[in-house]
Design a protein around this ligand. Structure first.
Ligand code: ADP
Length: 172
């Protein structure tokens, strides 16, 4: 499994699955969530509404999978990151769970390429360095599985890219 770092808009990527930093309602929001629903069209919202009707809300750290609608990706994996200003130390574990549960859904759905945004580091205000360290460390634990061939960390800003680059290159 390769780990790649890019600066891009995640909605433009032709990968098997992109991950959405959703909220518990699954009904859309701002930031990357807004962009995914806007560009992916109504099919994504319809699929999310169906999940809401059968399973209820999506808890923090959990993940669900839907179509990617009109996006070039095949699937969207919606995961709900922790809000930095709520709760205690368990926030780090919850962010880790976002990456783990997204990877598990990807593996179950035979996803070969998956792209992650910097979950929780926008409106949810998780410190960027800590979030990037958790993201990279968690994903590295999947090095030896054989379904997913490539994980792409998608940084929207140059600042995020520089943080990930530093962490990836210090630790390799
Ligand atoms: P959260 O509510 O989990 O903090 P946000 O969407 O506010 O989610 O921010 C998460 C990250 O997604 C931030 O690093 C933000 O810069 C980034 N982001 C926003 N739009 C896009 C996009 N179109 N593609 C990739 N990343 C994006």
């Amino acid at each position: 499994m390769k780990i790649k770092l890019i600066q891009s808009d995640i909605t433009t990527l032709r990968v098997d699955a992109i991950v959405n930093a959703a909220n518990s309602s699954l009904l859309g929001g701002s930031g990357v969530d807004g962009a995914i629903h806007r560009k992916g069209g109504p099919a994504i919202l319809e699929a999310c509404q169906e999940i809401r009707a059968t399973q209820g809300k999506c808890n923090v750290g959990e993940a669900v999978i839907t179509t990617a609608g009109d996006l070039p990706a095949q699937y969207v994996i919606h995961t709900v990151g922790p809000v930095w200003n709520q709760g205690g130390k368990e926030k780090e574990e919850l962010l880790k769970n976002c990456y783990k549960n997204s990877m598990h859904l990807a593996i179950e759905n035979k996803v070969k390429t998956i792209a992650f945004p910097c979950i929780s580091t926008g409106i949810y205000k998780f410190p960027k360095e800590l979030a990037a360290t958790i993201a990279i460390e968690t994903i590295k634990n999947y090095k030896n599985q054989t379904i997913i061939e490539e994980v792409i960390f998608v940084c929207f800003t140059h600042e995020d890219y520089a943080i990930y680059d530093r962490i990836v290159n210090n630790e390799n």
